[in-house]
Design a protein around this ligand. Sequence first.
Ligand code: GAR
Length: 214
Amino acid sequence: MLTIGVLASGRGSNFQSIIDNIESGYLNARIAVLITDNPKAYAIERAKNNNIETLIISPKNFPDKDAYYSHIAEELKGRGVELVILAGFMRVVGKTLIQAFPNKIMNIHPALLPSFPGLHGQKQAVDNGVKISGCTVHFVDEGVDTGPIIIQAAVPVYNDDTEDSLSERILRQEHRIFPLAIKLFSEGKITVKGKKVIIKSKKEDAVIINPPLL
Ligand code: GAR
């Protein structure tokens, strides 16, 4: 069984979808800890409701970014975490955490990377008039949303879309592909070669990985 640590800053709907997929038996995993930088994050409620230990760790209590992320790495390692999930963690992760978990930190981003990295990926898509956007699960490296891409799902962008309406459509796909990426990882089906992620999957998995445009 895969031991996961989750980092989240806000609402935590992706955190919830992972909890639900464990509960249903889709994922053979356990969440050892939720770590948040935000004492008001709704993710904390979700952890409480599911008896998941929560640590609120503020960067304000550390001299610098390296010390902050070393501490988080220690907390995760101390609980036997094998895979770190960034589920709406709204900070650029520091190198001390990345080096402690090389290609073992996954992030979900609400755009088809490498387009629209950083904040407000959905607004960037609407403002740039693209016709297709989506979401990306990728491993975290030391850049901003630049790590090896694991899975993407595409959605259409309509003329009358707003940031909110597009975010909602993308979020539905986030809740599908993040658990799928974790499942593939837990089954040893993911290999990273430089910037590329190779997924060992059956033909029928392609439908899940590339869902029809909704
Ligand atoms: C999600 O849309 C996620 O893709 C995005 O924040 C939202 C978190 O929602 N993440 C980023 O923009 C990271 N740069 P959630 O808290 O309900 O999972």
